[in-house]
Design a protein around this ligand. Structure first.
Ligand SMILES: [Zn+2]
Length: 169
């Protein structure tokens, strides 16, 4: 089921999501719907708060669905190590039509559980590193614009307010 994506301005995007405790059918259904929603929106990652659910669940596919085996579903992810730096253009399905270059670690190692509570260790480099950290940020109520300078962030916020006023948000 394709779910509506919550946009910037909704306070749920600023809240810390709760750890998953039961790996039940409801969680499996939610992850399935999130995968569908991510692909439908041509995204490369989606975190549960973006569909209005305050749960530490996220889905990632750095190929946007081009490769069959590149989908990763992560439950209760934790960053184990980070290394290096990259500075690339980044956007967010919850902040559509805006993008900015953001500093992120070049490499990351993330530990998590899979949808059946199996242990996962994911190593990400470049784009995958950026996506993993961007989505984990969502679980902590942090958005990519929070990493920008105050000036750049305020410009985006002002443009969004204008869109809101014009009924375009
Ligand atoms: Zn995002």
């Amino acid at each position: 089921m394709i779910l509506p994506i919550v946009k910037y301005g909704n306070p749920i995007l600023n809240r810390v999501a709760n750890p998953v405790v039961s790996f039940d059918e409801e969680l499996a259904e939610l992850s399935k719907s999130m995968v569908e929603t991510m692909y439908d929106a041509s995204g490369v990652g989606l975190a549960a708060p973006q569909v209005g659910v305050l749960t530490r669940l996220m889905v990632v596919d750095s190929t946007g669905g081009e490769k069959n085996d590149s989908l990763i579903v992560l439950v209760n992810p934790k960053i184990i190590t980070i290394e290096g730096d990259q500075f690339e253009e980044e956007g967010c399905l919850s902040i559509p039509s805006f993008s900015e270059r953001v500093h992120r670690p070049k490499k990351v190692v993330v530990s998590a559980r899979g949808i059946d509570n199996e242990e996962l260790v994911i190593e990400g480099e470049d784009l995958l590193s950026r996506i993993l950290i961007h989505e984990i940020d969502h679980l902590n109520g942090v958005l990519f614009i929070d990493h920008l300078s105050v000036i750049k962030r305020d410009i985006i916020k002002r443009k969004i307010r204008k869109k809101v006023r014009n009924g375009e948000w």
